[in-house]
Design a protein around this ligand. Sequence first.
Ligand SMILES: NC(=O)c1ccc[n+]([C@@H]2O[C@H](COP(=O)([O-])OP(=O)(O)OC[C@H]3O[C@@H](n4cnc5c(N)ncnc54)[C@H](OP(=O)(O)O)[C@@H]3O)[C@@H](O)[C@H]2O)c1
Length: 311
Amino acid sequence: MLESSDLRLKRIPLNNRSGQMPALGFGTLIPDPALTITATRGALEAGFRHFDCAERYRNEREVGEALQAGLATGEIRREDIFVTTKLWNTNHRPERVQPAFKASLDRLGLEYLDLYLIHTPFAFQPGDEQDPRDQDGRVIYDTGVTLLDTWRAMENLVDRGQCRAIGLSDITLDGVLPIYESARIKPAVVQVESHPYLPETELLEFCNQNGVVFLAFAPLGHGTKELLEDPVISAIAARVEKTPAQVLLAWAVQRGTALLTTPKSAARARENFDISPLPEDAFDEINRIQKRQRLNPVVQTGVPGFIARAS
Ligand SMILES: NC(=O)c1ccc[n+]([C@@H]2O[C@H](COP(=O)([O-])OP(=O)(O)OC[C@H]3O[C@@H](n4cnc5c(N)ncnc54)[C@H](OP(=O)(O)O)[C@@H]3O)[C@@H](O)[C@H]2O)c1
């Protein structure tokens, strides 16, 4: 059954009765600090109420500034917005989790987070260098900590009431299962790359069966022409009188996922927020696309695919 309700306002309940995530999310992976502020404000004004951040993006302060400005208008309350940030790979040691969380919270200028994610399952050498490398340029991993050790420290944050929910990111179904089975507080969300060229159907089924929110990043294929100009997507866009981006975002919400998109201008934020349900035949046609392509290899190494190394 396809949805007929307003996709723009859809909220997905989190497990543990820990709140509801607006399905349409705004991602803040924006390298330029000034652009981070204007884009985040543009997203708030367009109607986005879900904001995805990360300590690794090095712009939590700017995102916080934009959110605080929105809250200061009095038209939006803290409980109206859903804010996520992520623990970076160099902070997986349990004793580093609470300080990393607190530092993110302070940069964002918030008193609690709606969701805290382990950014990737790969632990890097602990320390302030976010991209530790040996003399040959190889990543220095940390073998002294397991993902379950880190998860236990994440659970403690929920116990202390500092974040409402916790989850995983850049992980495969095989990686999720052992954490899900051992967790005292089950992952509420799994964030992974997903679009018609990477539907991640098995992981989505697992999430649906277990009440875990599947949160898709790069729903527009990170803006690549290939997906935005895919003949199936373009033909549907023309037929339903929407843009290809709107078709891709509607498809993602209609298949039951939440999503993160990163429009940088106010006009694109309005465009990306203004989605409406696709007819069933169009939805099915997108499901039948056979092409497969992963754009971001972070899931294989923990090294971010969309962040330049020097940043
Ligand atoms: N967990 C992880 O490791 C991970 C990895 C990657 C991303 N993420 C999260 O997911 C978020 C979204 O990822 P993403 O940036 O790949 O999302 P995306 O929305 O698929 O791609 C953004 C790109 O699409 C373009 N775009 C946006 N709206 C458009 C429209 N209406 N028409 C045509 N092009 C459009 C943007 O161009 P302009 O710049 O010109 O607006 C930008 O280049 C990130 O910000 C981040 O929060 C997480």
